[in-house]
Design a protein around this ligand. Structure first.
Ligand code: ADP
Length: 185
């Protein structure tokens, strides 16, 4: 299976990635992790992206596209994988399509965890409801929708998009993902 996971902060995407990895034996590809490691190690790319990462802004498409391309062009490139946090923009999706085509790899599905903004705010601000935090979460959600809509349309047109309601227990959501991708035993 070759899967891409999309979802707003607070959608439980990371938990679902773990469950899929465990169940299907997939390789985890997380661009956030790769970029954080590069910053920590002080690589040239890490130095270039560090200021934007520190501000919580997306890094330029070319940087992250190159990171992913390098991974797929390596001798031990992943064959069955779940990608978390990439592609994040329409332009990254176009670059990723081209890369996979070049590598003769096809995606099986793009899984979008659907959760309302109000629910995300409830989940992320419930413990200590402070207005600053709520404002930050609202800003991140607005940014998420702004850049993600075109990405989702792209994959919907390709027939790859699976919308999964991200409500219920993690196990229930996982079962819905498994059904949607036809991996039920
Ligand atoms: P978060 O949920 O905090 O955004 P990630 O681990 O997915 O977590 O990403 C951490 C940071 O890495 C992002 O804030 C961004 O700066 C950078 N990043 C990760 N993936 C991408 C991507 N596909 N495009 C641009 N920037 C990215």
């Amino acid at each position: 299976m070759r899967l891409v996971l999309v979802g707003p902060p607070g959608s439980g995407k990371g938990t679902q990635a773990e469950k899929l990895i465990e169940r299907l034996g997939l390789t985890y590809i997380g661009t956030g992790d790769i970029l954080r490691t590069a910053v920590r190690d002080g690589t040239p790319m890490g130095k270039r992206v560090e200021p934007r990462m520190k501000q919580g802004l997306l890094v330029p498409d070319e940087e992250v596209n190159e990171v992913v391309a390098e991974l797929f062009r390596s001798a031990d490139r992943p064959n069955c994988f779940v990608v978390d946090g990439y592609p994040r923009t329409y332009s990254q999706a176009v670059a990723f399509d081209a890369l996979l085509k070049q590598q003769y790899l096809d995606l099986d599905a793009v899984i979008c965890f659907v959760v309302s903004d109000e629910e995300v705010i409830r989940r992320m601000c419930s413990r200590n409801r402070d207005d600053d935090k709520e404002e930050t979460v609202r800003r991140r959600l607005a940014e998420y929708h702004k850049i993600t809509d075109a990405l989702l349309d792209h994959y919907r047109q390709k027939g790859l998009l699976k919308d999964i309601p991200a409500s219920g227990t993690p196990e229930e959501i996982h079962q819905n993902v498994i059904k949607a991708i036809g991996a039920a035993r």
